[in-house]
Design a protein around this ligand. Structure first.
Ligand code: PA5
Length: 447
């Protein structure tokens, strides 16, 4: 079994011939990608990453993870966007639902907190409270080495660490994941002697989960990064080698573009397992930042179900008909709970006695798919056979490859993010950063 894409439930909205008709366009987009001749072709290092990565560094990642596990009760992972979401997605998907709060006997590995993904002083102060006087390590992740959010958090926690351990021991507890040669984080790491890991030049943030960016925090959490890479390598083989007719990544790219051209401008990624929440957050960045440009793109949204059926369900069923829905279905639940019979059926649930909670969850899912389809929301499905590193690796690669093809189909450069700079310019001007004086005057007049 493998991660599979199934659009059979969208049959009322897409004729089989439509997917055939897309073949030439999809194959052309695929060719642009794999021949590395399209826009953004200097950011395609992720295509071969699962088979062509730095093995020596991979070993160092495992060693660093083992050291952190042995000398720290807490790991702080500092990063934002592509330097944040992949690790969080993997850890929340693979590990205990209450990873940080469950007992150490069950978790076995350090608590892991993510910071530097906002500019909230309250969040930082509260995290300081959580660390208390316990031993901790820091993984500071920034490809550019200059992003404001993580840089601010790093200043605070570096100071805390140096106060606690002294400069020398602190340096042994700080791990920097950044560019091979440039940026202020690289300079700092060299100056202070931090162990460094590399974000390859040709891998953009949102495609970097299978580099040290994702791998070090994932390894610290106790997840098996060898299996993750194996799954990604398997996903790569399928994406690169399967014919169009049997190629799930190509068909996902085709089908979402067919629906887009029919006026569906929003794709909602839905899940029925809370542990998938951050996979959706990672996916939103991947697709949103890759496709949302030149006033084009499908808006990537997400819901956690059945939770959000009680908040967003009304809109999906019955509001503006602007969306299609892609369900991530974890086929086999990790844990099983059976609903027991009660002598007096006060809550009226005895009709479920002997059934599993997951049976109820799957029934909710199937019922919802049909209801939303009846409500004119085309439903696609991505099946994940079970929760493990191998299938997560497949899933990451499936989404990345489909994203590259889909972006070329849309006619954009899927590998840049020029729009991310606008807020930064304004923020720097308002903060009084040297060099932004003229913009500052303009902006202050407008506020
Ligand atoms: O995908 C991207 O390029 C962004 O989301 C970046 O990952 C994010 O801005 C963080 O950048 P950096 O790793 O340079 O700090």
């Amino acid at each position: 079994s493998k991660v599979t894409f199934d659009y059979s439930k969208a049959a009322p909205f897409i004729g089989a011939h439509e997917v055939d008709f897309m073949k030439k366009q999809v194959m052309d987009a695929r060719e642009l990608l794999v021949s590395k001749t399209g826009a953004g072709n200097d950011f395609l290092g992720w295509i071969d990453l699962p088979v062509d990565y730095d093995k020596e560094e991979f070993d160092r990642i495992k060693k660093a993870a083992a050291k952190i596990q042995s000398d720290s009760e807490v790991l702080l992972v500092i990063g934002i966007g592509g330097s944040y979401l992949g690790a969080r997605a993997a850890i929340e998907f693979l590990r205990h639902s209450f990873y940080n709060s469950v007992s150490k006997e069950i978790r076995k590995t350090p608590e892991i907190y993510f910071v530097g993904n906002s500019i909230s002083s309250t969040y930082i102060r509260h995290l300081i409270d959580v660390i208390g006087d316990r031993d901790f390590s820091i993984n500071m992740i920034s490809k550019s080495g200059t992003t404001t959010e993580p840089a601010i958090a790093f200043r605070v926690f570096k100071e805390m660490m140096e106060m606690k351990y002294g400069k020398k021991e602190a340096a042994g507890r700080i791990y920097a994941t950044t560019d091979r040669a440039k940026g202020s984080l690289k300079g700092l790491a060299t100056e202070e002697g931090y162990e460094s890991f590399v974000v390859p030049d040709d891998v953009g943030g949102r495609f970097s989960v299978l580099t040290a960016v994702g791998l070090l925090p994932i390894a610290v959490s106790g997840a098996d990064i060898d299996k993750l890479m194996e799954g990604a390598a398997d996903g790569r083989k399928k994406a690169l080698e399967a014919e169009y007719e049997d190629n799930d990544a190509l068909k996902y790219a085709a089908v979402r573009n067919i629906l887009h051209r029919k006026g569906k401008s929003v794709e909602i990624l839905a899940n029925y397992e809370p542990s998938v929440h951050y996979v959706s957050e990672w996916w939103k960045q991947l697709y949103g930042e890759s496709e949302g440009k030149d006033q084009k793109g499908i808006f990537p949204a997400s819901v956690d179900l059945t939770t959000d059926l009680h908040s967003m369900g009304q809109f999906i069923q019955d509001g503006s008909r602007i969306m299609f829905e892609t369900v991530i279905n974890v086929e086999t639940s990790r844990e099983e709970i059976t609903i027991n019979e009660e002598p007096v059926d006060l809550d009226g649930l005895n009709y479920l006695a002997g059934k599993s909670v997951d049976f109820v969850n799957k029934s909710a899912m199937n019922g919802t798919i049909l209801a939303h389809t009846d409500g004119q929301v085309p439903n696609l499905m991505i099946d994940v056979p079970e929760v493990n590193e191998f299938y997560l690796g497949q899933l990451f690669y499936f989404f990345e490859f489909a994203c590259g093809v889909s972006g070329y189909l849309l006619g954009v450069n899927p590998f840049n993010q020029p729009g991310v700079e606008s807020y930064k310019k304004n923020m720097f001007a308002l903060l009084g950063k040297p060099g932004y004086e003229a913009q500052r005057e303009e902006l202050l007049k407008r506020l």
